[in-house]
Each structure stands twice: as C-alpha cells, then as structure tokens.
Design a protein around this ligand. Structure first.
Ligand code: NPQ
Ligand code: MG
Length: 369
C-alpha cells in the first residue's frame, strides 16, 4: 500500500457540559482528524492532543506541524503495512499523539482494504466490553451526587471521580455513602499531588476503591512506588506510561499494579497492544483510558478493549456523555457494555455533513519525502 497524501482537519466539538480535571476545565473538544489516502483506498485517524500542553507535552498545533513536516514525509514512497508504518516513524523522537493519529489512519486504510476489523487484527476476544464513566470535579457535592446517580441509572459499570487536593476524601465518602459499597469506584488525580501527600492519600483506603490513578508527576515513578508500598488501594499509572518499555520499567519498580492504556498517549494501537502484552506477562490488569475522543477514537478504543487483558471497564463512555453531535454515528450504552465494531478497519464511518459542520480548518499534505 502506498500513501498518496493526508488530509488534516482541525475540528471543534462542543461538549454537552464542561469537564473539569485537576489540569483545567474543558468546554469544547478540539482535535485533528486525519484522512489517509492511498492506492488501496482511504482510512481515518484522530489526534487526541489538546490545544495546550497540559495533559502531555504535545499540543494540537505542534502535532499538526510534526505530521506535516516529518511524519507524512517519512511514510512517502514506502510499501506500507501496519508494522512498516510504525518502523518508519521510530527514528523520530517523541510525539506519540501525532504518530498515533497517522498510524491509526494508515491502519484503518490497510484493514479496510483487507476486509479485517481492528479488533480481529489486534487479537480481540470479546464482542462487547464493559465501560465506565469519568466524572469531573464539580462545584458542589450535591451536583456530584446528582451526576453520579444519572450515570449509575444509565448503567455504567464503573464510576471514576476526578480528584485534586481539596476535592478527594469528601467526594469519595459522599459517593460511597450514597450509592453503597457495590459500586465500582476509582479516582484519578491527573498528577495533582506531591509525594508528601502519601499519608493523606492513604486515607482513601477506607473507601474500597478499585484503584487510584496517577497521583504524582509523570516522571516520578519513585513516589508512585513509595505510595504503592504504603496503601492498600492499587496504584494505576496513566501519564507516566508512554511506551511498552515504560510499562515494563514501572511494573519492575513496583510503581503500579494496574495500567491505563490510551492509544494516543503511547503512539498508537500497536504500541498499546505491546503494553497489554507486557502487562499480561506480569499479571498486571489493564484498561482503556479516554481522551474525549470522537467516534473514530471511540471505535478504535472499543477494539483495543476487546483484548483479553483488558479486565477493568474502560473510559469509553456513550457518545451522549460528551457530544450532542459527533462526526460518526453515536455509540450507545447497553447494560453497562458497548459493542465492539465488527466492520473492517475502525468499523465506523465519518458523516460528511457532521464533519464539515465542525471543521475549523483543513489542509492537504501530499506524501513526498
Ligand atoms: C484521564 N481522561 O484519564 C483523561 C483526562 C483527560 C476521560 O478522564 C484533552 C486533552 C481532553 C487531554 C480530557 C478522562 C482531555 C485530556 C481528559 C485528558 O486522565
Ligand atoms: Mg487519567
């Protein structure tokens, strides 16, 4: 398969309600949509970088620049397949979200041409997967309880509360006291704590959490290992893990006993599968994280989450949790689960009118070295 070029679109999707994490408040999702055009047809990808480099060092305009200046040229003239695409980008350091977007479009294109679903290609073993929902930091406990109630009524299999200093023990206690011990409950700090907060975080042990996600800075594996050694709640890493090598290192150092895998953060679906494999070899459960993806990323993440090691519900919520109108068909919740797309490639199509309506800019990048 030969790449002819890539259409890069910038989109802005309004969120149904603002989403606040310890990193900031999001009221609109901007993203890059990649359409790869080849001699064997086309494929779609999505870049999950944010406008600002807060969650990770990557940001949307920078990702577009890297895709235009380095990634597309690196793929030009090659005989492409999923493995060769990754190989051709390996000498370029960093930029996993930009790489992931391009790899995703090439992968979708290649799999569509071969009538194979992404789930089958990755080695998926489930036709539907259990999913959870991520609940932002709220103004009041009442607002939080009302939101959690709505999600539990909708049937979500797990509730994840975003936490930060000043919004942690109280919200967790309130949710446990209101909804009971049976609810699968987790917390995500998005790096908001300092190593000296370990004693405070240990108080979360009283609430039977399934895990605590990324309390400390991405590079501080030592602090995560020290916390893991003193609390009962399993420590899960998100921001710290950007490759299978990172995952192996974190596991070896006792910095986590669970891993959140996001294809965008780790450079694509193939590296995501390698992390899954490394974790499985160490008996470490994994689950699929979320980055407020459009339907394209949602479809791919469902395929990834169908692998056997994804034993915890993912942050792959129904479309309506985030968007009134997506650029694909909506994804719906069915008794706490979502169906894994079975059609070739990502198994989902963009809706041209919907895509056009949210596009704020586009360019054609011809594949020339
Ligand atoms: C997490 N996701 O697990 C992330 C945080 C997050 C669903 O909780 C733009 C860029 C939007 C990065 C939204 C969830 C984002 C973002 C959420 C990261 O840590
Ligand atoms: Mg997280």
């Amino acid at each position: 398969m030969r790449l002819e070029g890539v259409e890069l679109r910038r989109i802005a999707l309004p969120l149904v309600s603002p989403f606040r994490t310890s990193l900031g408040t999001q009221s609109e999702r901007t993203a890059l949509i990649v359409r790869a055009v080849s001699d064997e047809g086309e494929g779609w990808g999505e870049c999950v970088a944010d406008d600002e480099p807060t969650y990770s060092p990557e940001y949307l305009a920078g990702a577009a620049d890297v895709i235009r200046g380095f990634l597309v040229p690196a793929l030009a003239g090659l005989d492409l397949n999923p493995a060769s695409a990754g190989h051709a980008l390996r000498h370029l350091r960093g930029h996993p979200m930009a790489k992931s977007a391009v790899e995703m479009a090439v992968l979708d294109c290649w799999l569509r041409a071969r009538r194979t679903s992404l789930a089958d290609h990755l080695g998926g073993v489930r036709r539907s997967v259990r999913v959870g929902v991520s609940v932002g930091i709220m103004e009041t406990l009442d607002a939080l309880l009302e939101t959690v109630d709505k999600h539990l009524t909708a049937g979500y299999a797990r509730i994840k509360l975003k936490i930060e200093p000043g919004w942690d023990l109280g919200p967790v206690r309130a949710v446990r006291e209101t909804f009971g011990a049976e609810v699968m409950l987790t917390v995500d700090a998005n790096t908001a704590y300092a190593p000296g907060d370990a004693r405070h975080l240990a108080r979360l042990d009283a609430y039977g959490l399934t895990l605590i996600e990324q309390p400390f800075a991405p590079g501080d594996l030592h602090a995560h290992a020290a916390l893991a050694a003193r609390i009962d709640t399993p420590v899960c890493l998100d921001e710290s893990i950007t490759s299978a090598a990172d995952a192996a290192d974190a596991i070896r150092r006792g910095a986590c006993s669970i891993i959140n895998i996001k294809p965008g953060r780790v450079g694509g679906y193939l590296e995501a599968r390698r992390i899954h494999d490394v974790a499985a070899a160490h008996g470490v459960p994994v689950w699929c994280g979320g980055m407020l993806e459009t339907g394209l990323g949602r479809a791919g993440n469902l395929a990834l989450a169908s692998l056997p090691g994804f034993t915890l519900p993912g942050d792959i919520s129904a479309t309506e949790r985030y968007y009134r109108q997506d650029i694909t068909r909506p994804f719906v919740l069915d008794d706490g689960t979502m169906a894994v797309p079975a059609d070739p490639g990502l198994g989902v199509d963009t809706e041209p009118a919907a895509l056009e309506a949210v596009t704020t800019g586009s360019e054609w990048i011809p594949a020339v070295p």
